[in-house]
Structure formats: structure tokens, C-alpha cells
Design a protein around this ligand. Structure first.
Ligand code: HEC
Ligand code: HEC
Length: 225
């Protein structure tokens, strides 16, 4: 009893120190603090600025993208200096942290432009066979919620962000290592998309809920033996 009474003030002082050095997220690795200004306090992203959400992306995917910024397979003047100083161990800690955060909840909101809404939904769910564009959901899972580790979620990302990524694959500023089949996949999809389609599907995806649909065919299939 006496011992715990003596320890209690020391413990609470220690906890206060911890809390003051990392007010929002005491369990996060220290490098994460510099990321939150742009990627949101909960990794939810910043739609107005076009900064992507990191919450709920797979650790493998985040690690892969940070390394791509470092070795120039993904060209971006903002992210390169952020990624460059990180060690492999720090990257691993950061990736684990953001992947453990829940995807921000958001309701489905139809776009005000009905034509754009219909085109975006059509591409996401069915693709465009005349143009050779497969349904986005074929790879990014029903609802676009992603299929870890290789297929990132594409719903709940800022429309301007998704648009810029599709353009980046087209003009070669985003690419994977030659042996990375995953990046070749998205490159071939992007090459077939025109600007109207890119804008529509990016806007539609940005407005979709980030949680899996209750009756997704994939989920149903998985529960069957
Ligand atoms: C000044 C704002 C800013 C800061 C600070 C910042 N980022 Fe970013 N981040 C961006 C932008 C802008 C993009 C999109 C870049 C692009 O188009 O490739 C991005 C993209 C990313 C991506 C790719 C996401 C995806 O879905 O592919 C990852 C991963 C990432 N950032 C991690 C981090 C980490 C980790 C830190 C902290 C060490 C950090 N960022 C700090 C602005 C920022
Ligand atoms: C054949 C499989 C495949 C199809 C079909 C596909 N994608 Fe992708 N997509 C991928 C892969 C793999 C990645 C991750 C690439 C990487 O690791 O950099 C990706 C990444 C993305 C990203 C980047 C996400 C981020 O956080 O940076 C966007 C945006 C995207 N896809 C949009 C689309 C859209 C829109 C469609 C439908 C028109 C589509 N994808 C169809 C395989 C596919």
C-alpha cells in the first residue's frame, strides 16, 4: 500500500509528460507528428487540399509508396522530402500506425451533376468495355474499399487526389518497380481513360462510404466454405 502511494505521483507525472509530448496520439511513433498536419489528426486526409487519407491503408501499401517517393518511382515535390529522411524501421512504424487507424466514416452523397454521377458509378461498378476499361471494383473490391495488401481503397479519397494519380500513371510520374505487376495493372487502366471519365469516376468515388457494403458478393463468397 505504502509503495503504491509513493509511486502514484511519479506515475501520474510520467503520464502527464507523455501526454504533453504527444497530446493527440500518445502511442504513435514520433515521426508521425510531422505527417498529421497534412494527413489529418486521425490520418483522415484533407479533402479541400487534396491530401489523401492514410487511415486504413494497408501497412504494405504505405511502405511501398514511401519507398517509391524515396527512389523516384513516384514523383512528388511535397512527399519526397518527407520520405527521404525516414529509415526503414521508421517507415515500418509509421505504416503500422496509420494502417491501424479506422477509415473515416462518411455517408454516400450523390453528385449534383447527374450525368457525372451516372458515368462515375458505371465505370466503378461495370467499367467501359468499348474502351477496354475494367470495373474499378474488380480489383479494388466491391464498394472500392480495397483488398489488402496490394489494392488500396479508392473511396473516401479527395477527388482531386484520385484524378491526379490517374494522370500520374498516364504521364509516367507514378510507376512501380519493373517487376511490380500491381503497378502495371493500374497503369494499363489509366492509359485507357479519358479526362471526362477520370474526373467523373474520381468525383463519384470520393463521395462513397468507406465501409464495405453489407451484402458485398466478395464478403458473401468468403463466408462460404
Ligand atoms: C505538406 C503536406 C504533407 C505532409 C507534411 C506529409 N504529406 Fe504525405 N502526402 C501529401 C500529398 C500532397 C500527397 C499526394 C502526393 C502525390 O500526388 O503523390 C501525399 C501522399 C502520401 C502517401 C501516399 C498515399 C496513397 O494513398 O498512395 C503516403 C503514404 C504519405 N503521403 C505519407 C506521409 C507520411 C508518412 C508523412 C510524414 C512523415 C507525410 N506523408 C507528410 C502531403 C503531405
Ligand atoms: C487490374 C486491377 C485494377 C483495376 C481494374 C483498377 N485498379 Fe486502381 N489500382 C490497382 C493497383 C494494384 C493499385 C496500387 C498501385 C500501387 O501500388 O501504386 C491501384 C491504385 C489506384 C489508385 C491510387 C490510390 C491511392 O491511394 O493512391 C487510384 C486512384 C485508382 N487505383 C483508381 C482506379 C479506378 C478509378 C479504377 C477504375 C476505372 C481502377 N483503379 C481500376 C489496380 C487496379
Amino acid at each position: 500500500m505504502g509503495l503504491s502511494r509513493n509511486l502514484a505521483p511519479a506515475l501520474s507525472a510520467f503520464l502527464a509528460l507523455l501526454a504533453s509530448s504527444h497530446p493527440a496520439l500518445s502511442a504513435s511513433p514520433p515521426e508521425v507528428a510531422s505527417c498529421l498536419a497534412c494527413h489529418g489528426a486521425q490520418g483522415e486526409g484533407m479533402a479541400a487540399a487534396g491530401y489523401p487519407r492514410l487511415a486504413g491503408l494497408s501497412a504494405e501499401y504505405i511502405t511501398g509508396q514511401l519507398n517509391a517517393y524515396i527512389d523516384g518511382r513516384r514523383v512528388n515535390a511535397v512527399m519526397r522530402p518527407m520520405a527521404m529522411p525516414l529509415t526503414a524501421t521508421q517507415i515500418q512504424g509509421i505504416a503500422t500506425f496509420f494502417s491501424s487507424l479506422p477509415a473515416p466514416a462518411q455517408p454516400s452523397t450523390p453528385l449534383t451533376d447527374a450525368t457525372q454521377n451516372a458515368l462515375g458509378q458505371q465505370l466503378a461498378e461495370h467499367g467501359d468495355w468499348n474502351a477496354g476499361i475494367p470495373a474499378c471494383f474488380n480489383c479494388h473490391a466491391p464498394g472500392g474499399v480495397g483488398l489488402p495488401p496490394a489494392f488500396p481503397p479508392i473511396v473516401g479519397q479527395p477527388a482531386t487526389y484520385s484524378e491526379s494519380q490517374i494522370q500520374a500513371w498516364k504521364n509516367g510520374t507514378r510507376q512501380g518497380a519493373p517487376q511490380n505487376l500491381a503497378n502495371a495493372l493500374m497503369h494499363s487502366v489509366a492509359l485507357r481513360m479519358n479526362d471526362t471519365q477520370t474526373k467523373a469516376v474520381s468525383a463519384w468515388l470520393a463521395a462513397q462510404p468507406t465501409s464495405a457494403p453489407q451484402t458485398s458478393p466478395t464478403a458473401a463468397a468468403k463466408t462460404k466454405p
